[in-house]
Design a binder for this molecule. Structure first.
Ligand code: SAM
Length: 224
């Protein structure tokens, strides 16, 4: 389904993008430095996962490895749904927090420092939806998201079109980490070139291994 974005919401997203690009001159938040590219590769790309985000269970949402706030900020604004942005790099989080507060977005979007593994220990099973773009492979993301999600909660991953091998690897550890494959939807952005696949997994039952593992393990030594 196509979702209409009101001109007010679009303006809010563009303001946020402009602020990120400005701050990016001092704090590395994104490799993109032009507004036009940002519109495509940050805002439009982030909104590519909006149908899945809208379909996920209502409840707390988390952007795992949020960096400059993508895809979390556009998704939250478009869906009018609060979100927690979580990133392990403090200076990125502080910069994003300042932007959110300057734009009066801080009441519905919070930026927090920390690793997904630490967050899962502190507040396990506390999210209904986790989104992640450009953070890690699908098997690692399934492992990281599983202890953060409650049963039936969903992980929404943004992947390139070369996702098939990763998807098979993630399916192979699906029982181990209690994350069941739901869907993979391919799309092309408005430049007619950039391909994206939105992949959804769902928390289902209990993992057969103890999660989370030590910080870093899911990404350094993903389960096979
Ligand atoms: N999602 C943003 C985007 O697409 O523009 C940022 C992508 S950036 C390449 C990956 C981010 O994930 C980095 O800022 C990194 O600090 C964060 N990250 C990686 N592993 C993480 C973990 N286990 N917990 C929290 N943040 C993590």
């Amino acid at each position: 389904m196509q979702y209409e974005i009101s001109s007010h919401k679009q303006a809010c997203m563009e303001q946020y993008l402009k602020a990120v690009l400005e701050v990016n001159k001092k704090v590395n938040l994104t490799r993109i430095d032009s507004f036009k590219q940002g519109l495509l590769l940050h805002i439009e790309d982030s909104l590519g996962g909006l149908p899945e985000f809208m379909d996920a269970l209502l409840g707390p949402a988390l952007d795992l490895g949020s960096g400059g706030g993508f895809p979390g900020v556009p998704l939250s604004l478009a869906a009018e749904r609060p979100i927690v942005l979580l990133d392990s790099v403090e200076k990125k989080v502080k910069a994003v927090r300042t932007i959110l507060s300057d734009l009066n977005l801080g009441s519905s979007i919070s930026a927090q420092v920390g690793r997904a593994e630490e967050r899962a220990l502190k507040s396990p099973s506390s999210f209904s939806v986790v989104v992640a773009r450009a953070v890690s492979s699908l098997p690692s993301l399934c492992e990281l998201a599983s202890p953060l999600l409650h049963n039936d909660g969903q992980l929404i991953c943004y992947k390139s079109n070369e996702y098939r091998d990763e998807l098979e690897q993630a399916k192979a550890i699906s029982k181990k980490v209690a994350m069941k494959f739901v869907s993979a939807r391919e799309l092309v952005l408005s430049d007619d070139v950039t391909e994206r696949t939105i992949i959804v997994f769902e928390k289902s039952g209990e993992p057969t291994v103890k999660l989370p593992r030590r910080p870093g393990m899911a990404q350094k030594r993903p389960y096979k």
